[in-house]
Design a protein around this ligand. Structure first.
Ligand code: GLU
Length: 465
């Protein structure tokens, strides 16, 4: 059997971490089992669905490289399929028209609540052998209700929550089509999951209450229900529902703040799933290890600090080319002219140990692309009669050496030795002249990346001062 999972977001709000974690789990499960992953946009709530929200979902999937094998399917484009399924259930006597008016339903609810009962539809239009139905009202467009079984219970082995059993007595006859004929949410989900041959429904546990109703619909349509895995909610660090207050943002904001998709994937995976003590892992490792039965049944907490830490770990580990490609837009945003400047992957390699985000890294990269303004005060702080001649001499020797980190290093050391200086006595003014800063990665490495010509231009300032 080919495993088929899906992510079925409703494009109604901002795509938050909890939503996209569901996508990740469904994706990872499919990939782990060499299955198929399907994207379905549940846009039937036309009042709340927006194109902007669809775009965010698609952008987030693409940024995180959660590639789908089929879709995106849009439920609004699949109405004929749902309507045909409603008609079939009607033909088979598994669904019926209900003409109860809104006022009647309100009155029913009030009476039940007054008696201390759970409000539920009382089945007044449900046909039964020998039962006389109410007189057909002429002014009411009926809804279609599903004939839910009255006896027995719905039972499923949830891959996350374990065995769940709900008595049919708890479930009333679900409306599956509105008076205007449009099918309702729970019904579309089942028709689609059947049509798309979904084998594993991995979704947020806010849908647990829908599952028994959906399972009954599967039975009515003579299809075996899929395996269900309901993932617990993502909470904020204080244990309350995750919100912007906790620093949680829409997924795409993390991209703009310089997080790597690999770090996001790692963080999202750890929200409710683990593999031993592994903290930092790649997408490939996740796919290799992922199994739905290892999803934790208890709610997990999002920790923005941890994400930042993970981001740095992934920046440290990223392949040079990939890191450079991701850094480029941030450099451009800062207005740096990259043409003629040093190779971005060499810059990224030098900065990766100190940058927790690509935004940090782009800030740190400034002196590679923008010649620092000569800071005379700072320079004077770090120079004196002892080291200045050494600087001048170093500048001269740099004109003729082979341009490599080791030869640059040798030239610096020779200058230091000749003038009887300590290492920092030459390193500090070099840093100031070349970068405008006193804290940088190894200066010989920076010089190597900056290139001879640019280094000499910057050092010349020492000669004239
Ligand atoms: N569209 C639903 C949501 O965004 C998910 C439905 C499902 O996964 O079955 O919450």
């Amino acid at each position: 059997m080919t495993i088929r999972t899906r992510y079925a977001p409703s494009p109604t709000g901002y795509s938050h971490l909890g939503n996209i974690r569901t996508a990740l789990f469904a994706w990872a499960y499919a990939r782990h089992h060499d299955g198929k992953f399907i994207l379905r946009i549940e846009d039937t709530d036309q009042e709340r669905s927006t194109d902007a929200a669809v775009k965010v979902i698609l952008d987030a999937m693409s940024w995180l490289e959660l590639d789908y094998d089929e879709g995106p399917f849009y439920q609004m484009q699949r109405m004929p399929l749902y309507k045909a399924a409603v008609a079939r259930l009607m033909d088979e006597g598994k669904a019926y028209h209900c003409y109860t008016s809104i006022e009647e339903l309100d009155a029913l609810r009030e009476a039940q609540t007054a008696r201390g009962e759970k409000p539920r539809y009382d089945g007044r239009w449900r046909p039964e052998p020998g039962k006389t139905l109410p007189t057909l009202p002429s002014d009411i467009q009926p809804v279609v209700r599903f004939r839910n079984p009255v006896d027995g219970a719905v039972v499923w082995d949830d891959q996350v929550k374990g065995r769940i059993e709900i008595s049919n007595a708890e479930l009333d006859d679900l409306v599956i089509a509105r008076p205007d004929g449009t099918p309702t949410y729970n019904f579309c989900v089942v028709v689609d999951d059947i049509d798309m041959a979904i084998t594993h429904v991995i979704r947020g546990d806010d849908h647990v209450n829908n599952t028994p109703r959906q399972i009954n619909l599967y039975h009515a349509m003579d299809k075996p229900p899929p395996v269900f895995a309901h993932t617990p909610t993502v909470l904020g660090p204080d244990g309350s529902k995750l919100s912007k207050r906790h620093g949680a943002k829409s997924v795409m904001e993390y991209r703009d703040e310089g997080y790597l998709p690999e770090a996001m994937i790692n963080m999202l995976a750890r929200l409710g799933w683990s593999h031993g003590d592994e903290e930092v892992f790649s997408r490939e490792q996740l796919v290799h290890w992922f199994d739905a039965n290892k999803i934790s049944a208890s709610a997990s907490r999002f920790d923005a600090e941890k994400l930042l830490w993970l981001n740095h770990e992934h920046i440290k580990r990223a392949a040079g080319d990939a890191l450079a490609a991701q850094l480029v837009p941030f450099l451009q945003k800062n207005g740096f002219a990259l043409d003629g400047g040093p190779d971005v992957s060499r810059v990224a390699d030098l900065l990766r140990d100190r940058a927790a985000t690509l935004v940090d890294m782009a800030i740190g990269a400034r002196y590679f692309y923008v010649r620092p303004v000569f800071d005379e005060v700072l320079f004077k702080e770090h120079t004196n009669d002892a080291n200045k001649p050494a600087l001048v001499e170093l500048a001269a020797s740099l004109t003729s050496i082979t341009w490599s980190k080791s030869d640059i290093n040798a030239a610096i050391k020779a200058s230091i030795a000749k003038h009887g200086l300590k290492m920092p006595q030459l390193m500090m003014p070099l840093r100031v002249l070349l970068t405008g800063q006193t804290q940088t990665p190894a200066i010989d490495a920076i010089m190597d990346v900056l290139g001879r010509e640019e280094v000499l231009v910057r050092l010349k300032q020492a000669v004239v001062t």
